[in-house]
Design a protein around this ligand. Sequence first.
Ligand code: ASP
Ligand code: MG
Length: 431
Amino acid sequence: MARIVMKFGGTSMAGTERIRRVANIVRRQAAPKPDGTRDEVAVVVSAMAGETDRLVNFAREANPLYDPAEYDVVVASGEQVTSGLLALTLQGMGMKARSWLGWQLPVRTIEAHAKARVEAIDAEGLLAAMGEGQIAVIPGFQGVSDEGRITTMGRGGSDTSAVAVAAAIGADRCDIYTDVDGVYTTDPRIVAKARKLKAVTHEEMLELASVGAKVLQTRSVSLAMKSGVRVQVLSSFTDGDGPSADDLPGTLIVSEVEMTALEEKLDMERQLVTGIAHDKTEAKVILTRVPDKPGAVAHIFGPLAAASINVDMIIQNVGRDKGETDVTFTVPQADLPRAQALLEEHRGEIGFNRIITDSQIAKISVVGVGMKSHAGVAADMFAALAERGINIQAITTSEIKISVLIDEDETELAVRVLHTAYGLDAEDEAA
Ligand code: ASP
Ligand code: MG
């Protein structure tokens, strides 16, 4: 017996026909194993594809200055519909199933509406029902605040719901069924020779997700890492006779300790670089002639932080004569107008000369735990880009990631060049 959380995204839940297919996948997971035992199964679902966008628009139309609490009441409803429909479908197939809405479990959240964080899930009732062979169907994305009001967790939040449920019930695995069959070395639409990864560490996935690999909500990965939840990303579009989820056909996201064990078991070779991600959603800001003195950068980033604008890459040039320097950083494109207005507003304290902005940029990141113990990964990246005449505008690094900022038009070329440079291209299939 294992305890399994299965999560299905909006594309998999879009319409009765697809929900029936999901129900078949659930039935298969819940069926008796060869040894006669059965898994305990909880299913977390998204709203039908496009539904949340539609609901967000309704809320905006009703009142552009909407009350976030009422916004949540509206947008949480998409998942209520699909959870009920899946429970009905499972029952129609002869299985025991019931829905557990966010406020019924409850999924307690803190922080603001529309971007709530899960604080605790009371899993007692859920576990009792699952123990009796009932399939629990849980709408993702929604929770309840301390005041007893419905909250939602930010777009893409049902991944986080699934991981939170898995953590709360001590699941053996959290299977995230989606419209891709796993996590790839890079975007297969850009590089035809991208390979599906059998496994990645939580750390690597977190870096990949935060730099543009859109398979999982970033927050769900950090939660999985923090609570040690084993996640598998796999396709929901396999036929009933495809491999079972228990055979691990997708990509496993696991701790580094388990990764080391898996490498032996799955006969994988640890690469220096695991994946390459790209992100075109950032914009670059340059402030020229900022005074080169203590407190100067605090004056720049204080107001941005206070406005919850996420600053990503920061470079401060070495001071030039006259005690001045240029400061370059990136913010989400969507926040650029606000950032610009704030900086203008604080021009007096900051004391810069000009603001130069550029949205035509892309961030390319190479990620891999392998680089922790190897020198030269960064140098290889810079050399490979230079060889193709791709100019690097900014660089940041972490222990397992190197990111560079380049011209947006060169994104595809850079990703391809790096994929080859790090030996990630799949070998040609023998005909
Ligand atoms: N339905 C929500 C959204 O579209 C949550 C999710 O699907 O993960 O953002
Ligand atoms: Mg999603």
